[in-house]
Design a binder for this molecule. Structure first.
Ligand SMILES: NC(=O)c1ccc[n+]([C@@H]2O[C@H](COP(=O)([O-])OP(=O)(O)OC[C@H]3O[C@@H](n4cnc5c(N)ncnc54)[C@H](OP(=O)(O)O)[C@@H]3O)[C@@H](O)[C@H]2O)c1
Length: 332
């Protein structure tokens, strides 16, 4: 009987998750029904939004159920199939992560081209890069010649935002990140014009120095003091893509909001929140751009690969703590 080893949430974390909030189980898999597939996962995605799903709070995605296997982005290869559309040997992406073997209806699995490293479908060719493209171009409506600031600049989404801004004609791209190595990386490899380490001092002052003429677009991955600093720096009619606020995800009490909301009125700013799953109509535009940039070598990307399902929780925590660079994935 085939088996699947899976990670389950057994307790709602208070503040930072700990290992005792999770357990690993091995379950026997039933025979395949009609139009079903079994997939050996090769890479699992760990993402900040998963922290929100560990809380018992209704959001755009339902919370993880206690005692059930968590879900998340994954890519793998079909090892058994009763579906003509998703045959044995096909590479597939799907949302049955946090397990080594996934099984379900063929419609849950999307066949992808085998010609690239499969982990790319979780990052540069996947959800995080789509989020960057969507947030920058559709949500914030970035135009050529504008000055763009992105926080979390060395992460999966942020590293794409800066490069897409440059490829779409931004006049200046500024990033913030949490270590000297990340600050160097975003300038040297991803082509940001300026970057600073937000742990080095006052975020507003560092941003002002990097953007003497102000910014037109802020892509917010972090929230908190970064958002306040950006509001203080945005030019007239500036826009903010409210993508995430990771600085508060592990806080037991919500941090206070920006103290300078009056800037929104004074500068005529637009702040727009979004979650990528509600904007899939823009996916083809992303894919068309990214395919071209990827195949012509115009986009750089990094992955932090952590080996083994046993280390999936460690991988998640390392990503949340800023110990990883680029897209963080677990290899199986
Ligand atoms: N709206 C959507 O549809 C959508 C989709 C995907 C992702 N997101 C959001 O986008 C953001 C980035 O996600 P990602 O997948 O690209 O993750 P990521 O940037 O690859 O990893 C998270 C990064 O957050 C940074 N961070 C952690 N705590 C921080 C703090 N207190 N202040 C500043 N930075 C902090 C760390 O980098 P440093 O070392 O630089 O601190 C860490 O590397 C998250 O807020 C996520 O929730 C939203």
């Amino acid at each position: 009987m085939p088996t699947s080893t899976q990670v389950q949430l057994v307790r709602r974390p208070q503040g930072w998750p700990v290992h005792e909030d999770f357990r690993t189980v091995t379950v026997e898999l039933p025979d395949l029904g009609p139009d079903q597939v079994r997939v050996a996962n090769e890479f699992l995605s760990v993402d900040p939004y998963m922290r929100g799903r560990m809380n018992d709070v209704e959001s755009y995605t339902p919370p993880f159920a206690l005692g059930e296997t968590m879900t998340g982005g994954a890519v793998g290869r079909v090892v058994a199939s009763t579906s003509d559309a998703v045959p044995v040997g096909a590479a597939v992406t799907h949302d049955l992560g946090w397990r080594d073997v996934a099984q379900g209806d063929a419609t849950r699995f999307r066949v992808v081209d085998d010609g690239v490293p499969l982990s790319a479908y979780l990052g540069v060719l996947g959800m995080t890069a789509f989020t960057a493209h969507l947030g920058l171009l559709e949500i914030a409506q970035m135009k050529p010649g504008e000055v763009v600031f992105v926080s979390g600049a060395a992460g999966a989404v942020g590293s794409m935002v800066g490069q897409i801004a440059r490829l779409k004609g931004a006049s200046r791209v500024i990033g913030s990140a949490g270590s000297p190595a990340k600050v160097a990386l975003v300038q040297e490899k991803y082509g940001f014009d300026a970057a600073f380490n937000y742990k080095d001092g006052h975020v507003y002052q560092q941003l002002r120095r990097a953007a003497p003429d102000g910014i037109d677009v802020y892509f917010d991955n972090v929230g908190g003091v970064h958002l306040e600093a950006a509001l203080g720096t945005l030019n007239r009619d500036g826009r903010v893509a409210m993508c995430g606020s990771i600085s508060g995800y592990n806080e037991e009490h919500a941090p206070p909001g920006p103290r300078n909301l009056a800037r929104i009125t004074q500068q005529g700013l637009t702040l727009r929140g979004f979650t990528v799953g509600f904007h899939t109509q823009h996916y083809p535009a992303f894919l068309a751009d990214m395919r071209e940039w990827f195949t012509t070598g115009q986009i750089a990307y990094d992955e932090t690969v952590i080996d083994g399902l046993d280390h999936a929780v460690d991988a998640f925590l390392a990503m949340m703590r800023g110990e990883t660079t680029g897209k963080t994935v677990v290899s199986l």
